[in-house]
Write a protein that binds this ligand. Structure first.
Ligand code: KG4
Ligand code: ZN
Length: 345
């Protein structure tokens, strides 16, 4: 089956063609158009994002078809939640029209389930069962993935997503948007673990047990406030890198600790990272340092598949299509929606 994937949930217009047959999956093309315009505003402006998707969705899909040497597809998979509603609607409307005009099925895909499948596009062994840490600009989720379509949601952020924390702290430090890569680069120039700076690890205490509500959850707004206070008291020119490093260390330590807990409780031998923050090399290195000695393999996607892209949407869509699932032409877009396939933790 040849699936056309379409992703427009935030500020990337993306299309991909993927051929799939059971576990044999081959990516034929992937086009990602990032909307640079939001840099001017220091964050994504929803109305501008929708309009930019509108201008680019047709050429992006046409380019993905041309790159694959294909005229059409057997089915369309499109992100329909969660995300910016206006942005999602562009992709959903286009996907439905494309499918209707060709008499082929369309299936709606949950954006975070797409991130869950992304790493498997590059690493054949990133298959369930595994522990998943999804860290993006809008979401932070810790999952036990028993099988594709069977997910235990163990923890999530109570306030800011991990990527959002990077972006907000970058702003405090006077760095451009999106801040994650800038903080990572700056932190790498700071020797020692943040020098004079050290921020508490949020929601991490030794005496927590799996019965505690905060055993797996994370929270980054307190950390952000701690950084703000440090910035106010600091000579920023001298200490910018040390503060960036101390912030990143705190956030990473928290994520690694929570992930290690999930690996332990569910006895998984694999960890899969996904979402834009999975581009962070220090996060991947810390995860490996903590877990690989215990025989746990850690899989990280390359940046092209970590950040928003339509290949992961096509891959998740293929899974649902092969199970016989189809959306009807009244498929709608939703700003938020629970991940499909949730089972009790
Ligand atoms: O998954 P994604 O592309 O979009 C959403 O679905 O939100 O994630 C974007 C987020 C941004 O917050 C960005 O700052 C962060 O991923 N990010 C990083 C790095 N590269 C991107 N965060 C930390 N370190 C990085 N190297
Ligand atoms: Zn995303």
């Amino acid at each position: 089956m040849r699936v056309l994937g379409i992703e427009t949930s935030c500020d990337e217009t993306s299309a991909a063609l993927l051929d799939g047959d059971g576990r044999r999956v081959e990516l034929r093309s992937l086009v990602i158009l990032s909307q640079d315009v939001h840099r001017i505003f220091g964050g994504v402006v929803p109305e501008i994002a929708s309009r930019a998707h509108l201008a680019s969705v047709v050429p992006v899909v046409e380019r993905a078809l041309a790159d694959a040497g294909a005229e059409t597809a057997d089915a369309v998979a499109v992100t329909n939640a969660p995300g910016l509603v206006g942005a999602l609607l562009v992709g959903v409307s286009y996907a439905k029209a494309f499918a209707f005009a060709r008499g082929i099925p369309v299936v709606g895909v949950h954006h975070m389930e797409g991130h869950l499948f992304a790493t498997a596009l590059e690493h054949a062994d990133a298959e369930p069962p595994f522990t998943a840490l999804l860290v993006s600009g809008g979401h932070t989720m810790l999952l036990d993935v028993e099988a594709w379509g069977r997910y235990r949601l163990l923890g999530r952020t109570r306030d800011d997503a991990a990527g959002e924390a990077f972006d907000k702290v970058a702003k405090l430090l006077g760095l451009p948007y999106p801040g994650g890569p800038h903080i990572e680069r700056l932190a790498a120039t700071s020797d020692g673990r943040g020098g004079a700076y050290r921020f508490a690890r949020p929601m991490v205490r030794r005496d927590q047990t799996p019965a505690d509500a905060d055993y797996y959850d994370v929270s980054f707004s307190g950390l952000k406030t701690a950084v703000l206070n440090a910035v106010r008291a600091a000579d920023l020119e001298a200490d910018r890198a040390a503060i960036a490093r101390a912030f990143q260390d705190s956030l990473i330590d928290t994520l690694v600790e929570k992930t290690a807990r999930a690996v332990r409780q569910y006895r998984r031998g694999r960890v899969v990272l996904g979402g834009g923050v999975a581009c962070n090399g220090a996060l991947a290195a810390a995860m490996r340092a903590r877990l690989e000695g215990r025989g746990v393999r850690v899989f990280t996607p390359s940046p092209r598949f970590a950040t928003d892209n339509a290949a992961m949407i096509a891959r998740a869509g293929l899974f649902h299509l092969e199970r016989g699932e189809r959306s009807s032409l009244d498929l709608n877009a939703f700003a938020s929606q629970p991940l499909p396939g949730l089972i009790a933790a």
